[in-house]
Design a protein around this ligand. Structure first.
Ligand SMILES: [Zn+2]
Length: 173
């Protein structure tokens, strides 16, 4: 994974693109939940599920299919109106997780196309340092390196994206 912080950062940045009335703390919190939910699969390690298998880490829960299911599930569970647009946000948050994982320097690839095709993929460009799995390792030199690379490779592109959206809104107003 990229770190929890990196994934949350993506969720917050994506939320900025949505209209003001939708931007309530509930939306942020659920968005962050979606952005880290795919890593629930690390529990599989405890039960001896192999990394490479369907339920293994970066397997089915990291697929686009899962992102769509999960996004709709959360939107329909927690909202009564405008569910489809909200679901879209949650889908983007969930899928952003897999895309960021596929840009990290370590681990195995991401099963984007599961359950239809279970190959693991990386993006051709992988600038984000992989995050350690344990908290004790995270609060170390390694963790600092991870945060630095995430601020640079997740934070900066999103700032540019948001600035672009603002500019377009300003021009077309
Ligand atoms: Zn992950």
């Amino acid at each position: 994974m990229a770190s929890v912080f990196g994934h949350s950062l993506a969720a917050l940045a994506l939320g900025k693109a949505f209209s003001k009335e939708l931007r309530k703390p509930k939306l942020w919190i659920l968005g962050i939940l979606c952005s880290i939910a795919p890593d629930a699969d690390v529990l599989g390690f405890k039960f001896g599920i192999a990394y490479k298998s369907f339920w293994g880490h970066r397997g089915f829960t990291h697929s686009f299919f899962f992102a769509i299911l999960f996004g709709f599930l959360i939107a329909y569970l927690f909202y009564k109106s405008r569910r489809n647009i909200i679901a879209l946000y949650f889908i983007l948050c969930t899928a952003s997780h897999s895309i960021l994982d596929a840009m990290t320097t370590g681990g195995k690839g991401v099963a984007f196309l599961s359950p239809f095709e279970n190959s693991r993929y990386f993006l051709p460009w992988r600038p984000i340092k992989v995050s350690p799995m344990s908290a004790s390792k995270f609060f170390s030199e390694w963790g600092l390196e991870v945060i630095k690379s995430e601020l640079l490779w997740i934070g900066v592109p999103f700032i540019i994206l948001l600035a672009g959206i603002k500019l377009i809104k300003y021009i077309t107003r």
